[in-house]
Design a protein around this ligand. Structure first.
Ligand SMILES: *Cc1c(COP(=O)(O)O)cnc(C)c1O
Length: 423
């Protein structure tokens, strides 16, 4: 067989795009060479439905060792009692949890998508909004923050079976303790989806949901800096309160319900090559280097926030506790789409994003979301964040001047190609 030059040509093009631009999409990151290497291996050839030691296929002795190591490392990293590392993505992890914990038609309460929540927390276009009966809490207009008394009021009114916390575009800390109290009042399950800040949570820079939430889901590819994928964790396993029994009449543990939610509930065979890469990434995330990395991610987000403030941009909630910022561009008379389109011309990648109480559609939006996980992996520091904001501001204040935008692009390319990425 001759090598597929077309596809490998495109992959080289994409590699150059990643190397030469400034990557500010809050959900993206750059994995290490060994994470990449683990993914591109013969492990992709192996079927391993089931769990280590309990597979439906033969020849799983080696992938069992790999998956067990991934599980041990994940448990250590998050101080968790139980984990399933098989979900193919964050959305799959959430689907598995909902399938395991609640029934179609049951009420769920999540953070509003238009305030920074995620599609899988009850959006009408997603399985979560089609199969379950969603209601939402959001942020206050003046503060840009969640009002926990308001969440309690909504829960009292709606009586959800499952309360979901966590978001894709919320830059502030979560009150897990308060949410636990609210969930207990209604005998509801509490799930935290930490897809975005999981790396900062793992290394103690943000409050830990594990002691308060029944179940925690995450992606592995955002701040955690592993391969694309998801997982489900529990701080502590417990007997299911729905009274579901095993064939022998014993009350089933939550771990067994959640494992079944992943397989056979929502997935077939696990991706053992990705699980190997997850194991590599978890070991990296346990290192001192990674601790310094997540600290720098947060300092960089704060430096960026300060510089945007200096330049009179309106940051939702006026700042950030984590790795991302949500900026309302209405005071600059720009839409999110205009900003995204102009910045991409300068090889600066951000994403347009709805802001709370947005009056524009999700295709246009009034905001942009910016994260520092990827640029920090490239080795950029606080002073570089100021320079990036200066470049963004230059593009956005010269949105119709192609020559200015091309000048910025040249500066971006020259600057970034000096920072090595991938060997
Ligand atoms: C990114 C994200 C997900 C989904 O992850 P995928 O891997 O893209 O399916 C789920 N929940 C939240 C809060 C996210 O930010």
């Amino acid at each position: 067989m001759i090598k597929d030059q077309t596809i490998f040509g495109f992959i080289r093009e994409e590699e150059y795009r990643q190397k030469s631009g400034i990557e500010l999409i809050a959900s993206e990151n750059f994995v290490s060479n060994q994470v990449l290497e683990a993914m591109g291996t013969v492990l992709t050839n192996k079927y391993a439905e089931g769990l280590p030691g309990k597979r439906y296929y033969g020849g799983c002795e080696i992938v069992d060792k790999i998956e067990n190591l991934a599980r041990d490392r994940a448990k250590k990293l998050f101080n968790a009692d139980w984990v399933n590392v098989q979900p193919h993505s964050g959305a799959q992890a959430n689907a598995a949890v909902m399938l395991a914990l609640i029934n179609p038609g049951d009420k769920i309460l999540g953070f509003d998508l238009s305030h920074g929540g995620h599609l899988t927390h009850g959006s009408a276009v997603n399985f979560s909004g089609k199969l379950y009966n969603p209601s939402f809490y959001g942020v206050q207009e003046e503060t840009g923050r969640i009002d926990w008394d308001e969440v309690e009021k909504i829960a009292d009114r709606e009586k959800p079976k499952l309360i979901i916390c966590g978001a894709s575009a919320y830059s502030r800390e979560w009150n897990y303790k308060r949410l636990r109290e609210i969930a207990d009042q209604h005998k509801a399950f509490l799930m935290a989806d930490i897809a975005h800040p999981s790396g900062l949570i793992a290394r103690g820079l943000l409050d830990d949901p594990m002691p308060y939430c029944d179940v925690v889901t995450t992606t592995t590819h955002k701040t955690l800096r592993g391969p694309r994928g998801g997982m489900v964790l529990m701080g502590k396993d417990f007997e299911n309160p729905m009274g579901l029994k095993t064939p022998k009449g014993k009350t089933r543990m939550m771990s067994s319900l959640l494992d079944s939610g992943v397989f056979p509930g929502t997935q077939g065979g696990p991706l053992e090559h990705v699980i190997a890469a997850k194991a590599v990434a978890f070991e990296e995330a346990l290192s001192d280097d990674y601790l310094s990395y997540v600290k720098q991610v947060r300092s960089n987000a704060q430096a960026m926030s300060d510089e945007f403030n200096q330049r009179d941009y309106k940051i939702i909630s006026n700042g950030t506790d984590n790795h991302l910022l949500l900026i309302d561009l209405r005071s600059k008379a720009l839409t999110g789409k205009q900003a995204e389109d102009a910045l991409i011309q300068a090889d600066i990648t951000i994403n347009k994003n709805m802001v709370p109480f947005d009056d524009r559609s999700p295709f246009v939006t009034s905001g942009m979301r910016i994260g520092t996980a990827a640029v920090t992996t490239r080795g950029l520091l606080e002073s570089d964040m100021k320079r990036i904001v200066e470049l963004i501001d230059k593009v956005l204040t010269n949105i119709d001047r192609e020559e200015v935008i091309l000048e910025v692009k040249k500066e971006v390319n020259n600057w970034m190609l000096d920072y090595p990425l991938f060997k």
